[in-house]
Design a binder for this molecule. Structure first.
Ligand code: FE2
Length: 425
């Protein structure tokens, strides 16, 4: 192709600039980016040596990339406040070291040292009114002087490198902020969790017969949700819901909560206010988890609509409330009360089987049974349920059989329901 040499050079420079742009926009290693950019600059103009040094304020200059100079050639270079200002005020785009008439403090201070290293040109990288660093360049391999075109190319490429360094710093600051925010957020979450547990303890203290109930309901709920494949965030949310499900009891009279035997209708309706009261308390707080107030509100609903406070039917009850409801009932059945001993595990399994589909959601019961079975068979990492129930409660061979049968029964129910739904009856 026939082209004017100057046009060819322009195209070459243009290509180098495009490469540089790509290099700077890349997300790869930062020092590598600066090194490649400098090599592009040296290659474009056929320069013997060069270096990119950065500074993020007065102090020592940090060498990011160097070519054709000794590794330690730039050690000990510092830039002071007034020297940085002198670059900005004098509006220097580049300065030949051979020009001794400059008043720039930095150049005058290091002229000899730099010249000894074969540096001929100093170009400050100025981005948004700040000196980001300097590009130091040696002469052309051909021994020719720099032309005006060369200076323009140098200015353009140095500006690109400067912007790249500046952007990198911003991204680093951003990453640091994000990390700080994440820590702050984690702290807040931990504070939130601790506060919730303190609340749970307050609820349980009011009810002297059910010590630790809320804490256990929280843990059971978490285990069930995990078995159902919920995400970690959702699992954390349901645990909190478990801790707080009875928070409405804080407004119910202590004597009613602690009545050892059967309570009369009036007291009973007073006690039954606690889900709605819980909802009202929780609805005023902003929680990191969705639906928390509804889980408290509906933990006494039943699938057959005979629960309270709203008599919701199966599909209308939030899944979280179904989980908390099972965890709540399970804990009530498996802990001693002053007026009755806890029920045997066999008895509890019968209860769960009989009430699946009317009171409890069979899928939730099956998930809980699977989680218990895993512990019984030694397949779980931790035996958390076993710990809560006490060592001997889940002992005996019949326990495994009971659980397997319960799960099979429930699964049969699901497939029968599925077939029914398919037939449209
Ligand atoms: Fe309750």
């Amino acid at each position: 192709m026939n082209m004017e040499p100057s046009t060819q050079k322009l195209i070459h420079t243009f290509g180098a600039l495009a490469d540089l742009g790509q290099e700077i926009a890349g997300t790869g290693d930062f020092s590598e980016m600066v090194r490649t950019s400098m090599h592009l600059l040296l290659g474009t103009l056929a320069l013997r040596r060069g270096a990119v040094v950065e500074c993020s304020g007065p102090g020592p200059l940090r060498c990011v990339a160097v070519w054709g100079l000794g590794d330690h050639a730039l050690n000990g270079f510092e830039i002071g406040e007034s020297e940085m200002e002198s670059f900005l005020c004098d509006n220097i785009t580049e300065s030949m070291l051979s020009n001794t008439s400059t008043t720039n403090i930095f150049l005058n201070r290091y002229r000899e040292k730099l010249a000894n290293e074969g540096i001929e040109l100093v170009v400050p990288m100025i981005v948004r009114g700040e000196v980001t660093g300097l590009v130091l360049l040696g002469g052309k391999a051909s021994g020719e002087e720099f032309s005006n075109d060369d200076f323009e190319t140098i200015r353009a490429m140095v500006r690109h490198i400067g912007v790249g360094i500046h952007t990198h710093r911003l991204l680093e600051q951003l990453a640091q902020r994000a990390e700080e925010n994440r820590k702050l957020y984690d702290d807040l979450r931990a504070i939130y969790r601790d506060t919730v547990r303190a609340f749970a303890a307050a609820i349980d203290i009011k009810d002297k017969y059910t010590q630790g109930h809320s804490e256990r309901v929280g843990r059971y709920s978490e285990i069930i949700a995990r078995e159902l494949g919920w995400s970690e965030d959702e699992v954390e949310g349901i645990q909190i819901a478990g801790y707080l499900h009875d928070i409405g009891k804080l407004i119910v009279d202590r004597d009613i909560i602690n009545a050892p035997y059967h309570i009369d209708a009036k007291s009973s309706s007073e006690l039954n206010r606690h889900p709605n009261a819980g909802y009202e308390i929780l609805a005023t707080i902003r929680h990191p988890y969705a639906d928390l107030p509804f889980m408290a509100k509906h933990h006494h609903e039943r699938l057959d609509g005979r629960g309270y406070p709203d008599g919701l039917m199966d599909q209308q009850i939030p899944m979280g409330a179904k989980i908390v409801s099972l965890a709540d009932s399970f804990d009530a059945m498996t802990t001693d009360r002053p007026y009755r001993r806890r029920r045997s595990f066999e008895d509890v399994v019968v209860d769960l089987r009989e009430n699946s589909g009317t009171q409890f959601d069979g899928k939730v019961v099956a998930a809980f049974a699977r989680a218990i079975l895993k512990e019984v068979k030694g397949e779980a990492k931790e035996r958390r349920i076993t710990k809560m129930l006490g060592k001997s409660y889940l002992e005996g061979e019949h326990v495994e059989t009971l659980l397997v049968e319960l799960i099979m029964d429930l699964e049969e129910d699901f497939s029968r329901k599925g077939a029914k739904a398919q037939r449209g009856t």
